[in-house]
Ligand binder design. Structure first.
Ligand SMILES: Cc1ncc(COP(=O)(O)O)c(C=O)c1O
Length: 311
């Protein structure tokens, strides 16, 4: 079977367990709409047959994969009650789970002091990070490399923050010399450092940028929406792992903002967090979920499995 659907009985079991807690509630009967539901679902399933098989494990040209089975099942389970985590009385249990999820993600980066919440993905996380940056450095520019995720430029436009693109080097990392030239001209409030670019996975030279920060005093927004996973890997090349170490080392100072897409986590939502530090923010979705990849060139060349079109 290509689609992992044999785990569905587990969902029924979990639903029965969930229902135990609510047996005392007054009974409500729902009209039987099975045939209408079936018609809609069957139509959707037929239409989805026209999608490319990006979900296939051998399809290497797209980062979009189905979430892990536990995330998929837990997400469906939570949809039965659709908790509202805006306030504790809207979702006591799920709010507690959200806090636990954020703490676990923060621990993944070695942070014990943190403040966070779940969001819809890296885009929203970047928006929050740059919103904080804009409030703290009003009128100053946001700069990001030409390989940074397109959200930074768009979000800056939405927030009406001036934005400048920094050139990247031959390895698709931020060109520190070009950054230096821009910094010399002044009025840079925030430098977006991408720790794992969407197109190539390249990691901007954080250690050098931290050195420039000492001289020019800008904020750093680290976008680890894609590369945050590197924190879990123990087989990184030395020049990549040094970034994750520096990132950890730089966080205890006052303001790290993290954003984590927790598709793989219990509630299947996304997470963003603020660590108390003055000069850093970070975006760390656990599962990249963007549907718009058109800004990334060269992606299709990476496809290991040609898309199969049905006749
Ligand atoms: C580096 C980076 N930042 C931000 C995003 C946006 O994340 P999302 O698609 O979850 O909104 C992505 C998505 O791929 C990304 O790779």
């Amino acid at each position: 079977m290509q689609l992992d659907s044999q785990t569905l009985p587990l969902l029924r079991e979990a639903l029965e367990k969930l229902e135990e807690a609510f047996r005392g509630l007054p009974t409500v009967t729902h009209p039987d709409e099975s045939s209408r539901l079936r018609a809609v679902l069957t139509t959707v399933a037929e239409r989805l047959q026209d999608n490319y098989p990006y979900f296939h494990p051998l399809y290497a040209g797209q980062m979009l994969k189905p979430p892990h089975a536990i995330a998929r099942l837990a997400y469906m389970l939570s949809l039965w009650i659709n908790p509202n985590n805006h306030a504790l009385d809207g979702g006591r249990a799920s709010s507690a789970m959200e806090k636990e999820a954020v703490a676990e993600i923060a621990a993944m980066f070695g942070w014990s002091t943190h403040l966070g919440h779940l969001t819809g993905g890296g885009t929203m996380a970047n928006l929050e990070g740059l919103w904080a940056a804009g409030r703290l450095t009003a009128g100053a520019m946001v700069v990001a490399s030409d390989q940074a995720h397109y959200t930074h430029q768009r979000v800056s436009a939405v927030l009406q923050l001036p934005f400048i693109e920094v050139q990247s080097d031959e390895k698709a990392r931020m060109d520190v010399q070009d950054l230096n030239r821009i910094l010399e001209r002044g009025n840079v409030g925030t430098v977006v450092v991408t720790l794992g670019t969407t197109g190539t996975g390249s990691v901007d030279p954080l250690p050098e940028i931290l050195e420039l920060q000492k001289r020019y005093g800008f904020r750093i927004h680290a976008d680890a929406a894609y590369g945050g996973y590197f924190a879990l890997a123990d087989n990184l090349q030395a020049h990549t792992s040094v970034h994750s170490k520096r990132c950890r080392a730089s966080t205890p100072s006052p303001s790290i903002r993290t954003s984590m897409d927790s598709n793989r986590m219990v509630a299947g939502a996304s997470c963003s967090g603020i660590l108390p530090s003055a000069r850093c923010t970070a975006t760390i979705p656990l599962t990249p979920t963007s549907r718009q990849r058109s800004s990334i060139s060269g992606r299709s060349a990476l496809s290991a499995l040609a898309p199969v079109r049905r006749p």
